[in-house]
Design a binder for this molecule. Structure first.
Ligand code: 5GP
Ligand code: ZN
Length: 114
């Protein structure tokens, strides 16, 4: 999508610290990490957020989760635990309008979130 930061990143037009690249999904480090491990998993396809997901995206969503699991293993937090977050819209705290799954770990997370 024209003007979308994460579409540009997926095309390789914006630099990123990429952890894993697949045909449909990419994982890269968040530029402002909120935990020792903070990666984002995005689809190459432009979807605004989780509200755009339908049953037709079941395979894509499973691949995003599988990639998050891979990141957790690769970053050494699979055993200690981690948090997967999908922020949706303004009150959800979403700041980039391209679907992304946060993978956060390496410290204990608190609840409720801020
Ligand atoms: P949101 O607040 O939309 O759920 O998360 C967007 C995330 O994207 C934020 O954690 C922010 O730090 C990250 N981010 C924003 N711009 C860039 C960028 O250019 N590169 C990378 N790697 N992360 C970014
Ligand atoms: Zn996009």
């Amino acid at each position: 999508m024209e003007g979308c930061l994460f579409c540009a990143l997926a095309r390789g037009d914006v630099d990123a610290d990429v952890l894993r690249q697949g045909d449909r999904v990419i994982a890269f480090r968040d530029i402002h990490p909120q935990a020792p491990v903070h990666a984002l998993v995005i689809p190459r396809e432009h979807l605004t957020n989780a509200a755009d997901l339908t049953h037709a995206h079941a395979g894509l969503l499973a691949e995003m989760v599988a990639t998050a699991q891979w990141v957790a293993q690769a970053e050494g937090v699979a055993e200690s635990g981690y948090r997967l977050v999908l922020n949706v819209g303004a009150d959800g705290g979403q700041t980039v309008g391209h679907l992304h799954m946060h993978v956060l770990g390496g410290r204990p997370m608190t609840w409720p979130p801020g």
